[in-house]
Design a protein around this ligand. Structure first.
Ligand code: NAD
Length: 255
């Protein structure tokens, strides 16, 4: 167990990639604060399984983020490991993109990471050890139509990652982002039946020709693969990896 004695906060960890990262960090002995929305009973079960505490801060609200960060410091003495993962999506052409959706995506997918980072980094620097891992996306490197806010936020988080990495480079704090392609999460799985119906396609066609159109491996990344890379970034052997945008996209951005 390489993370015994470390405190980790994973935002958006009641589902999908964040949940997998939380499980992987807990398996390595980290004390954990999880965050995100969901069924209270499910969240309670997750907390019991991981020995975690849950904070339901809405990541679009800076005052709630401040309260959560203070609680994490008071109750866990951290975070030593901060994973900025909470994210939402909305798909529409730019001329039809609802301004409130733009604001929400920028707030949750980008500004929340600024707030958690600015609040976490003084203690990390003082301890001389810290890990900040941002869940970006292939969309931090390339665009797709109809995803203006998401692509802007993900390009933004890649820039935030590089900047903070430079600022913290001599303090034992590394700052990186992981950029997955399509990841097999409940969110993605739930889209399949609707797309089959609306486009008259088979399950196989939806997966290969719609979802995995840009992913040369023609297979989904798994949340566990992303989590394994996050754990590696916490190791002492990863101390020189900082400011990196680590693609895990089945070759998408190599094309
Ligand atoms: P998901 O919908 O399964 O999980 C999102 C999590 O964020 C949930 O725990 C949800 O409760 C939480 N969340 C949403 N809004 C929140 C808010 N306002 N405050 C606090 N928590 C909030 O999605 P996922 O696929 O696991 O995505 C996680 C991250 O990975 C996101 O940043 C997403 O952009 C990124 N990502 C996903 C994929 C993919 O294909 N699934 C690919 C690349 C990047």
């Amino acid at each position: 167990m390489i993370l015994t004695g470390k405190a980790a906060l994973v935002t958006g960890s009641t589902s999908g990639i964040g949940l997998a990262i939380a499980k992987a960090l807990a398996a390595e002995g980290a004390k954990l604060m999880i965050n995100g929305f969901g069924d209270p009973g499910e969240i309670e079960r997750e907390c019991a399984e991981l020995g975690a505490i849950h904070d339901g801060a809405d990541m679009s609200k800076p005052d709630e983020i401040e309260r959560m960060m203070k609680r994490c410091a008071d109750e866990l003495g951290g975070p030593d490991i901060l994973v900025n993962n909470a994210g939402i999506q909305h798909v529409a052409p730019v001329e039809d993109f609802p301004p409130e959706k733009w604001d929400a995506i920028i707030a949750i997918n980008l500004s929340a990471a600024f707030h958690t980072t600015r609040l976490a980094i003084p203690a990390m620097k003082a301890k001389g050890w810290g890990r900040i891992i941002n869940t970006a996306s292939a969309h931090s490197l390339v665009a797709s139509p109809n995803k203006s806010a998401y692509v802007a936020a993900k390009h933004g988080i890649a820039g935030l990652t590089k900047t903070v990495a430079l600022e913290a480079a001599r303090d034992g704090v590394t700052v990186n982002c992981i950029s997955p392609g399509y990841v097999w999460t409940p969110l993605v799985e739930q889209q399949i039946p609707d797309t089959m119906k609306s486009r008259g396609l088979t399950r196989e066609q939806v997966m290969n020709d719609v979802l995995l159109a840009a992913q040369p491996t023609k297979r989904f990344v798994t949340p566990e693969e992303v989590a394994a890379l996050a754990v590696f970034l916490c190791r002492d052997e990863a101390a020189s990896i900082t400011g990196a945008n680590l693609s895990m996209d089945g070759g998408w951005t190599a094309a």
